[in-house]
Design a protein around this ligand. Structure first.
Ligand SMILES: O=C(O)c1ccccc1NCC(=O)[C@H](O)[C@H](O)COP(=O)(O)O
Length: 214
């Protein structure tokens, strides 16, 4: 059992999702604030859900190029442990938000080729965590949560100055290989544990966490 692997399950929308994630032993629960996503939560729904989260489950709000006002509404209403910025926020914007809201920040960086790797170093200077995710394909509706993996060999053996999380197309079937190949100590999944877009599946969540920690 590889207990030092920490798992994030992203895109929870129902109380039963929280139970499934916590009982599986995941460390993070992600709430998506992005209207085009099938996992989108409005602030009131996210507040209600977050208030039911078991103690010890870290609650992560995921936003995409959100305005100050949007972030203020979320942070004031929803008890959170981390902000995940999943848009084109610059390192300067990220640093500004980290100072303003006093919450740990995880910045998602899309990877498709070697050319995308320097951004991890640049953001790594201003964040608390990095999310190393698959770069969305051109024309994709969603900046993340697409169920697509990137070539994990691109980051094999690489390290950054802050904790990082591997994401993109992970499933119960491939997560062990992904961890072995990349050396990731944290993994994140959304599509790979769903029975339909936006519908989390408790059995797949349990299987994913078990495989990640095997
Ligand atoms: O999950 C979404 O719907 C989403 C929408 C807009 C921006 C980001 C989104 N998800 C970000 C995540 O952290 C996902 O867990 C990550 O991209 C991995 O997704 P998947 O490949 O589906 O496991």
């Amino acid at each position: 059992m590889n207990n030092d692997i920490r798992v994030k399950i992203c895109g929870l929308t129902r109380p039963q999702d929280l139970i499934a994630v916590a009982s599986a032993g995941a460390a993070y629960a992600g709430f998506v604030f992005f209207a085009k996503s099938p996992r989108h939560l409005d602030v009131e729904a996210a507040r209600a859900l977050a208030l039911e989260a078991p103690v010890g489950l870290a609650k992560v709000a995921l936003t995409v190029n959100a305005s100050d006002a949007e972030l203020e509404r979320i942070v004031e209403a929803v008890p959170l442990d981390m902000l995940q910025l999943h848009g084109s926020e610059s390192p300067e914007r990220v640093a500004e938000l980290r100072d303003r809201f006093g919450l740990p920040i995880m910045k998602a960086v899309g990877v498709a080729s070697e050319a995308d790797l320097p951004a991890l170093v640049e953001y790594g200077r201003v964040v608390d965590q990095l999310l190393v995710d698959a770069k969305p394909p051109k024309g994709a509706e969603l900046p993340g949560g697409n169920g697509l993996a990137f070539d994990w060999r691109l980051i094999a053996g690489r390290r950054w100055p802050v904790p990082w999380m591997l994401a993109g197309g992970l499933t119960p079937q491939n997560v062990r290989e992904a961890i072995h190949l990349t050396g990731a100590r944290q993994v994140d999944v959304s599509s790979g544990v769903e029975s339909a877009p936006g519908v989390k599946d408790a059995a797949r969540i349990a299987a994913f966490v078990e495989e990640a920690m095997a």
